[in-house]
Design a protein around this ligand. Structure first.
Ligand code: G3P
Ligand code: CA
Length: 320
């Protein structure tokens, strides 16, 4: 009987890795983005992977932040005052200075409160270091949980962040120190960083982010692709494959079933972002995508369950 239970647990665990349920910025729809509260929420719901964004402080510490500056809708100073649009660059603050700001609640009337009405505040949350996130995941005993870590930098705005070399060096050092190299993927719209990761840590999978809208198309701009030219390849997927990518992560609205299948046929995983509506989740699952990145891991679990896909195991706080 013991053997059977163990085998069942193993089956559930292995099956959970077959479809990658990624909590975007932790679980932005439900908790303040990229905070430890959001990552705990995602793990409590049950995800395969925590998606997160990285910047470097002035003292070179990798911290979890989407924007190159403190998030306009979220940042309050030590006196509890909202900073509004006048937030400093992460790059201009030491870790000690950065952590004087509270990111645990969205400002009333902001785009964040409008777009994410179910986001529950947790006052006192700080911009976490990547090392602190790894530590928290270990403390919770979440041994199956993976990390999809995005290097946030822009070739068009080099003054706002660290250089690709600085960022990759600092990031890999924290990953290696925490013994997490086997549990991370590194993703970016700025493919320069992915090339560096492949050189410095070839065992870490790289995920190539693309955004194709009426006004933007990073895959068609060699400053974003590390010099690769889309015209030299039959498709974006072929370019990702040639660059050494394991995963292609396009914005989901730019995807169709034939594109998913042809990318998979050349050996790529296709994991679109950021999918929040159940009907979109259902359609993409039907097309056979390898995973989905969502602000609402709870909705994604429901869509997976309806499609008969095995679910990752939720991780509760030890005190619960
Ligand atoms: O994982 C991809 C997704 O996070 C990219 O969008 O702007 O939320 O980082 P963004
Ligand atoms: Ca991201």
């Amino acid at each position: 009987m013991k053997c059977f239970i163990l085998l069942s647990m193993l089956t559930v665990s292995l099956a959970a890795h077959a479809f990658d349920l990624e909590g975007h910025r932790g679980a932005r729809g439900l908790a303040p983005e990229n905070t430890l509260a959001a990552f705990e929420k995602a793990m409590a719901i049950g995800v395969t992977t925590l998606e997160l964004d990285i910047g470097l402080t002035s003292d070179g510490i990798p911290v979890v932040s989407h924007d190159p500056f403190l998030a306009h809708d979220m940042a309050r100073n030590a006196s509890g005052e909202w900073l509004g649009n006048a937030t400093p660059l992460i790059r201009s603050l030491s870790l000690a200075e950065l952590q004087t700001y509270d990111l645990g609640r969205a400002r009333e009337g902001s785009a964040t409160t409008r777009n994410f009405p179910d986001q529950q505040p947790r006052d006192g949350e700080r911009v976490p270091t990547l090392a602190a996130l790894f530590e928290r995941v270990k403390t919770l005993g979440a041994e199956q949980v993976r990390f999809n870590i995005e290097t946030k930098l822009s070739p068009a705005k080099p003054d706002e962040t660290a250089t690709p070399e600085e960022m990759v060096k600092a990031l890999l050092a924290v990953i290696q120190q925490a013994g997490m190299a086997g549990r991370v993927t590194i993703q970016s719209f700025d493919w320069r960083t992915l090339k560096l990761v492949q050189q410095e840590a070839p065992s870490i999978p790289t995920a190539y982010l693309t955004m194709k809208t009426r006004n933007a198309n990073n895959a068609a701009d060699p400053t974003w692709t590390g010099g690769l030219r889309l015209g030299d390849y039959p498709s974006v997927a072929h370019m990702v494959k040639a660059a050494g990518g394991s995963v292609w992560s396009p914005n989901f609205a730019a995807l169709d079933e034939a594109t998913v299948k042809s990318a998979q046929a050349i050996g790529l995983k296709v994991i679109p972002w950021t999918v929040n509506q159940p009907a979109d989740m259902q359609r993409l699952i039907g097309w056979g995508v390898d995973g989905i990145i969502s602000d609402y891991p709870d909705r994604l679990r429901a869509a997976m369950q309806a499609a008969g896909i095995a679910l990752p195991i939720p991780v509760q706080r030890r005190s619960d």
